[in-house]
Structure formats: C-alpha cells, structure tokens
Design a binder for this molecule. Structure first.
Ligand code: PMP
Length: 429
C-alpha cells in the first residue's frame, strides 16, 4: 500500500520557511529516520489522522500524556466547561488546590507541589530548589537521561540529542555545564566515584527511575537503593524525574512500583491530560524554600492555568477511580513487546526489546541495553527502515531509535495484533 502524503510534504516545505526544521520540537521531525514528518489533523482514541486522511495506530500518545487515549470524553468535557469561564486569570484558583491535594494523596513522597508549564520547567526548578536548600552547586545526572532543555541539564542528555548526533547543545555556557557531573546508568561505582571526588559539593542527583530517553532502559533495583543511600550519607537531594513514568507506572509512579523514596519528584505529560503542564514537589522542608515561602525564586504567568488544571484533574481522577486501567495497559504493553520478541527470535534478528508496563523499545542491537553506551550500539539506519515500513503500514512509532512506544487505554487487542502482523512482515516471518 502506498499512502498519499502529498499534503504533509507540501506543509513541511512551507513549515521549514518559517519554523526551524519545520517543527516546534526536534523529536517531531523525522530526520533520524530519513522521512518527512506527517502533519496531523486530528486524533481520536488509539488513532491519529494526518492531513492526507491517513490513519495511524498511535504509539506516541503526544509522547506520553494521552494515557487514556486521544480525546477522552471526561477530559474533553472538563476542558469544554472550563473554557467558558475564561482561559487564564493569573490569580489563585480552587482547582490548583484540588490538583495539589490529588498529587500529594497519590504520591506519598510529595507533601507540597508547585505547578509549572512543562517538564523542562519542573526539572529546572527542582534543581534550583535543591541547590537553594543545600547551598551547593554541583549536580549528578546520568548519561542518556533527558530532563528537558534547561542549560545545566543538556549534558550527555538522551532523547532528541541522542537521535540527532549533537553530543551537547551549542549555546550552553561552559559555566552552566561545569557543575553538571555525569554518571553511568545502572553503574553505582560511577556514582560513588563522583561523590568521592566532590565531597560535600553535590546538591542533587537527578534520575529517570525507569529511563525512557535512550529508549526504555530498566533500572537495577539494587542500583536505585544504592543511590538513595549515598544521597542520604552525603546530604544530597534525590530527584526522581517522573515526567514520563509519573501516573503511568501506577498512581504513585515508578517510585511506588520500585519502592524508591525521592526527596523531590518532577512530573509533566499525564498530569496535564494533554495541556502544557509540569509540576515539582516533595518534602515540605525542601519545598518551603520556594518563593514566596522561601528564597528560591520560581514563577509563571500561566502556571496552574485553570484549563490545564481541570484537564489534568479529570485525567488523574479517571486513573484514580479506574485503577484497572493500569493492569490493562500493562497487559497490552506485554502483548506488544512479547509479540515483538517472538518475531525477532523467529527472524533470528539482532534486536533487543526492553519493556516495562506500558512503555517499551525495540533496539536494533544484539547486546542487552542497560545504559547509554549499550543503547548506542543500535543500528539506527535499520531502525529507520523498520519505522518507515511501520508508518507505511499505518503504525506511528517514535521517529527515532532512542525513544519509547507508549500504550494507552484506547489501544485494542486488534491494534496490537495488526501492529505485530506488520512487524512480522518487516522481519520476513
Ligand atoms: N524529563 C523527562 C524524563 C522527559 O522525558 C521530558 C520530555 N520528554 C522532560 C523531562 C521535559 O519535558 P518537556 O518536554 O515537557 O519540557
């Protein structure tokens, strides 16, 4: 089947005249897979539709937020009601308390929370808070973990940076990056060495408790315990970046599932139901450092936006009142990833599938993928061929190797079966 993509091609030509690379976020460009991005007209349930009328099974889900599927009626209704009351007031609302209470109730490590507008703001502000709290400057992050695009976190970051071959971003002053130390994911020795070399200087250690920006990489549970211990011993603030995993791995996120007890956590994506939202929160003693309570300044014209709040509250309430959604999306994730494993084994292909709950990645490498270096052994050209075959078949996977597939509650068993059939065609089995 050869799909008509004329309109997408035209729009991409036009977009490149006015928008850098034709997209408002690099992860949306199809550069890494040598394709032209599809321009999307609408989304519904498990599908997105492009401007040429092609329908795709959607494994992006807006990169994570759409856990209930696109256009969920409860979220839509909440938004429709809210817009009639005005779009933004720049003043306090009751919905912000409802949201804060919901987060504190669902994630026990969070005693206070501040809403922001993106995951980038959440991690940037959490770090500032940790630095203000400890009076220290240095931070530790992990190679291949992505925490948004603030200056000090664009060091050995995953996601689009890994896909584009840009090792670190231009425009980040050396001074901003010099306080960012990088360790190897799942390698406690590399963390210990940094603490040893920088005694009494490390304000925070930030980690994706399940990494999803070098493709999906699972944490060794012992490693997570060890980083908690070393942060305790050194008075370092442990930050769990749950922008992807928060409210996806369960109501209490990856931290609940893995028994991790962070001091601060960051959220985004699901907490906004598809609206631009982020949040950071944690121990009261640390969060009381934030202005106007304390000396760490952080603000936002649109933060706690009334429309975004009701969208997020509606989505979280659906998840809270129907926790069986988690069981279902995890089963679907298992069906998809186990199916892919069977296919690659039948095809004797040099591939690895990493999977956790409702996210997963198929890597084109024969080596187990446990960190940045092993992820990087993947054959990205082969991923590109696979991506293009799947797109042509009507399946919209991440347009880059080092990203995740996202399942939603709108995916049906038939969607998974169809996806697996197309994948089997690609692998010739
Ligand atoms: N942290 C993680 C773990 C992420 O995956 C992302 C984005 N994918 C961010 C932070 C940044 O979020 P945003 O794109 O909303 O700024």
């Amino acid at each position: 089947m050869n799909r008509n993509t004329t309109r997408s091609y035209q729009l991409f030509e036009e977009a490149q005249e006015f928008i850098p690379g034709g997209v408002n976020s690099p992860a949306r460009a199809f550069q890494a897979v040598s394709e032209t991005p599809r321009f999307i007209e609408r989304a519904d349930g498990a599908y997105i539709y492009d401007v040429d009328g092609n329908r795709y099974i959607d494994y992006i889900g807006s990169w994570g937020p759409m856990i209930l599927g696109n256009n969920h009626p409860a979220v839509l209704k909440a938004v429709q009601e809210a817009i009639g009351r005005g779009l933004s007031y720049g003043a306090a609302t009751e919905a912000e308390i409802t949201m804060a209470k919901l987060v504190c109730e669902l994630v026990p490590s969070v005693e206070m929370v501040r809403m922001v507008n993106s995951g980038t703001e959440a991690t940037m502000s959490a770090l500032r808070t940790a630095r203000g709290y400890t009076g220290r400057n240095k931070i530790i992050k992990f190679e291949g973990c992505y925490h948004g695009h603030s200056d000090s976190l664009l060091v050995k970051a995953g996601s689009g940076l890994m896909n584009s071959g840009i090792p670190d971003s231009a425009g980040v002053p050396a001074g901003c990056a010099s306080d960012t130390l990088t360790a190897k994911y799942n390698d406690f020795d590399s963390v210990e060495a940094l603490f040893e070399e920088n005694k009494g200087e490390i304000a925070a250690l930030i980690i994706e408790p399940i990494a999803a920006n070098m493709g999906v990489v699972l944490p060794d549970p012992a490693f997570l315990r060890q980083i908690r211990e070393i942060c305790d011993v050194n008075g370092t603030v442990l930050i769990a970046d749950e922008v992807i995993t928060g409210f996806r791995m369960g109501l209490d996120g990856a931290q609940g599932l893995l028994g991790m007890k962070p001091d601060l956590s960051t959220f985004g994506k699901i907490i906004g139901g598809g609206m631009p939202v982020g949040a950071y929160g944690g121990k009261r003693e640390i969060m009381e450092m934030v202005a106007p309570c304390g000396p760490v300044y952080q603000a936002g014209t649109l933060s706690g936006n009334p429309v975004a709040m009701v969208a997020g509250i509606a989505q979280l309430t659906q998840l809270k009142t129907h926790p069986e959604i988690y069981t279902r999306i995890n089963v679907m994730g298992g069906m998809l990833c186990d199916g892919l494993k069977e296919i690659i084994s039948a095809a004797k292909a040099e591939c690895i599938v990493n999977h956790f709950g409702s996210i997963g990645s198929l890597f084109f490498t024969g080596k187990p993928v446990t960190d940045y270096a092993s992820a990087k052994t993947s054959d990205t050209a082969a991923y590109g061929r696979y991506f293009r075959h799947m797109l042509q078949s009507g399946v919209y996977f991440a347009p880059a190797q080092f990203e995740a597939m996202f399942l939603s509650n709108a995916h049906s068993e038939q969607n998974i079966k169809d996806t697996l059939e197309y994948a089997a065609q690609f692998f010739g089995v």
